[in-house]
Design a protein around this ligand. Structure first.
Ligand SMILES: NC(=O)c1ccc[n+]([C@@H]2O[C@H](COP(=O)([O-])OP(=O)(O)OC[C@H]3O[C@@H](n4cnc5c(N)ncnc54)[C@H](O)[C@@H]3O)[C@@H](O)[C@H]2O)c1
Length: 346
């Protein structure tokens, strides 16, 4: 533990994810939970259990307890209103992903945050997964040669009762908009910025208004390509949730969800199996497999440690609002491409 006083953090929005953040903050020696705000009076019990004051108004909480930092885990449409209240008070926010469900407002906010000079971290927690960071290092080192083709899979089966809630069957829901923000964020982080996307979607398996399955092709500026297979009606282990062991509500399975290929080698994630040839690549030679040693760590906890350093001014946020805007643009392009069949250029 450092000599510095723990960073004083309040959590805003004590729902499913907010309660996880509350637990992470109380478990982190460099952080101190000092208050909870939630518009729903029923969340008071969570604050009582944590032994911190409770507020139904986030702005009033910020004025009264003066946190150094806040974690915003409200519904997506409310993130930016609360984040603006924080930055005008010089309070550093960690805003849950996606930063907003409104791309234009997210762009506006990114500019405002930059002008205000207050760092803002967006909660794309998978970026803090040590296996992802190591994969990025390997790709950047040139060990895989020039990137050629990669495939990212989100093939999962959501239980049928999940769809008893009406909005989940309607246009605007579906796995692309509901789930893919993490995969698109890692696609950009690991492979680069997409310049063109094409796709197809289908609702044949469940018969709902929204898609249950989609396939998407992506082209990057350097000419490399990737595909994404997306489905919430597919009984398979090939999804980050099952493979990465980040969240106990998904049963772990020894498999990979992402396959990244280059002229000299290839790797899969999250198991981080790295394949390459000795010397020049050739389909007639045996491939060797290396699994670099990486200490596993829970990405949400690593994200919080990073956030503490951001608040202390020791590090710049690894996912800024401007960066998350790029992920949202790419995600919207995936949706448009799959829906219309058009080639969407970015
Ligand atoms: N990174 C991750 O792993 C991850 C996982 C799940 C959810 N999330 C994100 O976390 C956020 C919350 O999702 P959730 O599943 O916890 O939702 P939720 O509905 O369970 O919780 C939202 C909470 O915000 C409260 N709230 C609503 N308006 C408020 C306001 N104006 N001020 C204060 N509190 C208010 C609600 O009462 C509720 O308790 C979303 O942005 C979601 O995308 C992230």
């Amino acid at each position: 533990m450092s000599e510095k006083a723990p960073v004083r953090i309040a959590v805003i929005g004590a729902g499913a994810m907010g309660r996880n953040h509350i637990r992470f903050v109380t478990e982190e020696p460099e952080a101190e939970l000092i208050a909870i705000a939630d518009a729903f009076e029923g969340a008071r019990a969570t604050a009582d259990a944590a032994g911190v004051p409770f507020f139904t108004d986030a702005a009033q909480m910020m004025d009264e307890v003066k946190p150094e930092a806040v974690i915003i885990a409200t519904p997506n449409g409310l993130h930016l209103g609360v984040a603006r209240e924080a930055i005008t008070r010089n309070i550093v926010p960690l805003v849950e992903k996606p930063i907003s469900d409104d791309l234009e407002d997210a762009e506006k906010f990114a500019a405002e945050a930059e002008a205000a000079g207050v760092p803002v971290l967006v909660g794309q927690h998978r970026r803090h997964n040590p296996f992802v960071k190591k994969a990025k290092e390997i790709i950047e080192s040139g060990e895989l040669g020039r990137l050629t083709v990669s495939s990212f899979h989100y093939m999962i089966y959501k239980n049928d009762e999940y769809f008893d809630v009406e909005w989940r069957r309607k246009k605007g829901a579906g796995p692309i908009l509901v789930n893919l923000v993490h995969d698109v964020d890692l696609l950009r982080y690991l492979l680069g910025e997409p310049v063109a996307i094409q796709g197809m979607q289908s609702s044949a398996a469940r018969g709902f208004e929204t898609e249950d399955s989609a396939v998407v092709n992506v082209r990057f500026a350097d000419g490399s390509l990737a595909s994404m297979t997306i489905s919430d009606a597919t009984a398979s282990p090939w999804n980050w949730e099952a493979c990465a062991r980040e969240d106990p509500q998904y049963r772990p399975f020894d498999a990979d969800a992402y396959f990244i290929g280059g002229t000299k080698g290839a790797l899969s994630l999250p198991r981080l199996q790295v394949m390459s040839y000795d010397g020049a690549s050739s389909w007639h030679k045996p491939l060797k497999m290396d699994v670099p040693a990486v200490d596993p760590a829970l990405p949400h906890k690593m994200q919080l440690k990073h956030f503490v350093r951001v608040v202390r001014g020791e590090e710049a946020p690894v996912v800024t609002p401007a960066d998350n805007v790029k992920t949202l643009r790419a995600l919207n392009a995936v949706k448009r491409a799959a829906e219309t069949g058009e080639l969407v250029e970015l």
